[in-house]
Write a protein that binds this ligand. Structure first.
Ligand code: 5GP
Ligand code: ZN
Length: 153
């Protein structure tokens, strides 16, 4: 049977893990990450290309290309999003936070495993015009924020 083609937003893969997917490898622990939270459905870790201190990604454990592919999956990671947002605000003394997820290359999605960005914001760089930063973040800075969030655990 020929299936109706949707918009070109994701690969065809709909299984529980994709051996080629970097975030599946992070969830499995095969690729290292600075993991700050996990539960039965979701894992959260620091973004290696952080726009602001504590920029984190919340991903479902199962491989889902994006929020509109296959079985709806945003709801299953909602408790994790809630927990991680509060964790970041509390431990980093952030002044605000942006939450967003991109769907499709045209929207800026680069990794095709659903992920919600949680970006803590600070009063010295306010507003949407300062949301995106292209400055690279040294490993030492990521290690430092990781220790601050996790309390060194
Ligand atoms: P997107 O543009 O798809 O919404 O966001 C993908 C995000 O994943 C980017 O912010 C990028 O920095 C992050 N990222 C890509 N590869 C890795 C990785 O191997 N580890 C971590 N921690 N983040 C990654
Ligand atoms: Zn994946």
């Amino acid at each position: 049977m020929t299936q109706t083609q949707g918009p070109a937003v994701a690969t065809e893969f709909q299984g529980s893990t994709d051996p080629e997917c970097i975030f599946c490898k992070i969830v499995a622990g095969d690729v290292p990450s600075r993991r700050i939270y996990s539960d039965d459905h979701a894992v959260a870790f620091l973004d290696i290309g952080a726009w602001h201190r504590g920029h984190s990604l919340v991903v479902p454990r199962r491989h889902v290309p994006d929020m509109i592919s296959g079985e709806p999956s945003l709801a299953e990671i909602a408790p994790a999003i809630d927990q991680v947002a509060r964790l970041l605000m509390r431990t980093l003394a952030a002044d605000g936070l942006n939450m967003f997820a991109s769907t499709g290359a045209v929207a800026g999605q680069e990794v095709f495993h659903l992920h919600v960005h949680l970006v803590p914001r600070y009063a010295d760089e306010p507003g949407l015009e300062h949301l995106v930063s292209h400055a690279s973040v040294p490993d030492g800075e990521l290690d430092s924020v990781y220790r601050q969030i996790t309390g060194g655990r």
